[in-house]
Design a protein around this ligand. Structure first.
Ligand code: PXP
Length: 237
């Protein structure tokens, strides 16, 4: 049974629309935890479009579960992470113009830089996960540079346009989970998961945690955050 990490970035997106104080991502994190979230995920982007530095400090102080800080390997962000010391850092590629994280890290092509960031974060006592596509080459490269955790990008599965694409991407994920586990990696997954597509992914044995944001925050507009998290928790179980 995978655990559920709730990404609260879009609570901050709404707050930043008016540069005000509400809605407060820290209070949202509290409600998510009350509804059964096992960890809280927040992405401190270099352009600070949603989560701000102060949010990370407050989340670190207030949340009772685990803070999973999504981040790029930019030196300024790595420095902040080493100071704040979240429970875990999930390294993601970041492009300024993208609407959301578009693909996994190319670990194979950037191994020296990613490996240096991992070492710094680990030295600060932070667990490190690498967000990668469900692809053997990237899994092998992650293992080679000493990562202990990977998060498989489920975007291709979530965005599949027809059944054939959906089956193909589901099988890629399943095969990748099995392979990564067989070489000793701990495996998380996420991106684009929602109330209609999450059950199949949650049913793959061996996934430790699913990280989900957008669909939960969207549903929360209609039913409230507690109920939105609670329903997702039921589905992932
Ligand atoms: N995992 C990672 C590494 C991500 O970058 C994101 C998006 O911020 C998510 C999970 C959550 O994706 P979504 O918001 O589509 O559920």
């Amino acid at each position: 049974m995978p655990e559920l990490g709730v990404n609260i970035d879009h609570v901050a997106t709404l707050r930043q629309a008016r540069r005000g104080l509400v809605p407060d991502p820290v209070y949202a994190a509290y409600l998510c935890e009350k509804a059964g979230a096992d960890s809280i995920v927040a992405h401190l982007r270099e352009d600070r479009r949603h989560i701000q530095d102060r949010d990370i400090l407050l989340l670190r102080e207030k949340i009772k579960t685990r803070l999973n800080l999504e981040m790029s390997i930019a030196p300024s962000i790595v420095r902040i992470a080493c100071k704040v010391k979240p429970y875990q850092a999930t390294l993601v590629p970041e492009r300024r113009k993208e609407l959301t994280t578009e693909g996994g890290l190319d670990v194979a092509a950037n191994s020296a830089r990613i490996s240096a960031a991992i070492r710094k974060l680990e030295k600060a006592g932070i667990l490190v996960s690498l967000f990668i596509d469900p692809d053997k080459k990237q899994i092998d490269a992650s293992k080679k540079i000493g990562a202990g955790i990977i998060e498989l990008h489920t975007g291709r599965y979530s965005e599949a346009k027809n059944n054939e694409q959906k089956e193909r991407s589901f099988n890629e994920i399943k095969k990748s989970v099995n392979y990564a586990r067989s070489i000793g990696l701990s495996v998380n997954a996420g991106h684009g998961l929602d109330y209609s597509n999450v059950r199949r992914i949650a049913g793959i044995p061996g996934i430790a945690e699913l990280n989900i944001g957008y669909s939960i925050i969207c549903k929360a507009i209609y039913v409230g955050l507690f109920k939105a998290v609670d329903e997702m928790r039921e589905l992932t179980r």
